[in-house]
Design a binder for this molecule. Sequence first.
Ligand code: DX5
Ligand code: ZN
Length: 220
Amino acid sequence: GVSPKIAPSMLSSDFANLAAEAKRMIDLGANWLHMDIMDGHFVPNLTIGAPVIESLRKHTNAYLDCHLMVTNPMDYVDQMAKAGASGFTFHVEVAKENWQELVKKIKSTGMRPGVALKPGTPVEQVYPLVEGTDPVEMVLVMTVEPGFGGQMFMPNMMDKVRALRNKYPTLDIEVDGGLGPSTIDAAAAAGANCIVAGSSVFGAPEPGDVISLLRASVEK
Ligand code: DX5
Ligand code: ZN
């Protein structure tokens, strides 16, 4: 369905207080918690992995929307599933040959498969994954270069969101990077319904107001 999903990116939270930060976001109305898994190889940054997901899972029932910025996503499926991940979104740039096997494996664990694309990757590359016999259930359109929070939203990525929304009226389309009060209307108008927001939420004096504003823009 295309109902709004507001997903604070926990990359901008206080990692030393992750359980409390997660609870705070859910209490403020977040639908999902976006978890950025980086391997220091696919992107030039290193964040968290399955052990942290497993620890967090003991403190929350929330949907953990895991975004794997890793070179070998297949190697992470079992460990992420065991840790309690809800969604498993891999990058199309590293799944060219084995994506059917990868999606099947993700589904077999009960996680929800998604595919992400970097700003330089043409949107056409994800079409086969949405249309396959074992389709992904979400497409994540990166609106910054993956690796770091706090970067500027790339408005020209909205062409990809519009193309996806025109082809797939009920697909979950997620945008990630630079989303906040000044950029949400462009993303929502293009057809995005899953909204990742890190620095704009955690950096706000009232994060709950930002979450409400993001939701209202998607709903209108
Ligand atoms: C970037 C990550 C994003 C990031 C978004 O590689 O995928 O999820 O945390 O942060 P903001 O909202 O600050 O751009
Ligand atoms: Zn992300």
